[in-house]
Ligand binder design. Sequence first.
Ligand code: MSP
Length: 527
Amino acid sequence: MILVECKSIPTSESYFITTPIYYVNDVPHLGHAYTTIVCDTLARFMRLDGREVLFLTGTDEHGQKVEKSANLSGETPLDFTNRVSQRFRELTKKLQISNDDFIRTTEQRHIQASQAIWTALNQSGDIYLGSYSGWYSIRDEAFFSENELIKPKGSSGQLLAPSGAPVEWVEEPSYFFRLSNWQQRLLDFYDKNPSFILPESRRNEVISFVSGGLQDLSVSRTSFQWGITVPGDSNHIMYVWLDALTNYITASGYPDTGSALFEKFWPANIHVVGKDILRFHAVYWPAFLMSAGLEPPQRVFAHGWWTVEGQKMSKSLGNVVEPFELVERFGLDPIRYFLLREVPFGNDGDFSESGLVHRVNSDLSNDLGNLSQRVLSMIFKNCGAALPTPGEFSEDDNTLLAKMGGLLKQVRTAMEQQLCHRALEDIWVLVRAANTYVDHQAPWGLKTSDPERMNTVLYVLAESLRHTGILIQPFMPNSADKLLEQLGVPDDERDFSHLNKSSCLVPGKTISQPEGIFPRILNDTHF
Ligand code: MSP
């Protein structure tokens, strides 16, 4: 029997991937779940592809916004952050996120790392004391110059940040970071590293922002308390973004740059962020790192935003999508599949229940669900519940087998560019080809006329399910497990090195009674 060999990279290369750390001023919503699920999928993919992965997520707990929310709820900032941070930790459990670390910026290891990077910036001559007078948006935790602000027509005169958040005038002593000195070095860095910022359109936006000139950045605050003290000046706390960005190196062991952890995982392979926080990651962060004598990350990918039924998700509109509830209602894997498949990664997307139901029913229940149910039931009934022995392969068989053989390479190429939707599209080309193949070969009619041919067809189909099951593991871990379980694929033969002919299904091996893996979502159950 000749199955097409798909070469897998024999590598234990490291892969460090991060989500943004989430502000604890609010409970988790769909936007947070989205970034975390994308990163989880990439992390799982890389592990199955033989990479050693460090996958980091966590919570951003300092700053004026969090202090204000704690005051409003009548709690101390620490009690408040302990409570809300726990909610984010629970979300990672609910979404079965495979993170290796969960960082909180109130942890001692992080305070130490933040003070160490401050000291390094200071030693390189990039920090000076001055005073800040200008606009600040607490919601964005960001400073804005007058020409960036919006003055809504007919309003009370309240100026707004580009995000729509109100700004307030701030005047206080502040330390500054000499960002203006980094303009050319940043432009050179973008030039030498063309895939540092993805997607391409976002890269162009950042380059044009930096080319327009950079002002020094205020990196400390004195008008409130909730933050990390500036080394050597306890009147100042560090600007929350300098503190927050540092989490990525804290988790890699900074300031111990000689540690095995740091050597293995820094620079990070990728920070996945929303488009609203790209400037912090693609401008300030590499400048801080280079100033501290550290390498910038290899990539920052800025994804788009989800609206809900065409509207911005907001508390005031009452349309905030709550991920715990969503998973309870529809199950985890359908939600993961929808979020990963519906929107080309990088674009904005719209979440609607009808869109979700349509996508799940058509791709999961109809395409993959029917395929697996048909094939496994036929094997169970017609082959004595044992995987059949194939005979000689026909041209049609070889065409389908070749599709399986070439798939990992295609999916890997998509995942190296973080294009989860493209990877799923590629896998579904195989699923649809296998469905067409069943229809053409009509194995149900071969039972009496040509049982040997029926065995070959069902074997080829079972192999297509094995390939599909292995490849969908990062996207839908639970459903993939069920499928591979039903096919009798051993636990230690499920990584991508087994997408080859030497790990093909063993004829004669018994299978269990097949059970539906992707139930249809019935509209009346949910509406
Ligand atoms: N604390 C900062 C990040 C610091 S990273 C060093 C922060 N936190 S956040 O909780 O406000 O946002 C976290 C992420 O959620 C951001 O990447 C943001 O883009 C994302 N989203 C928030 N709302 C979203 C949608 N409606 N859709 C998709 N993602 C969205 O920013």
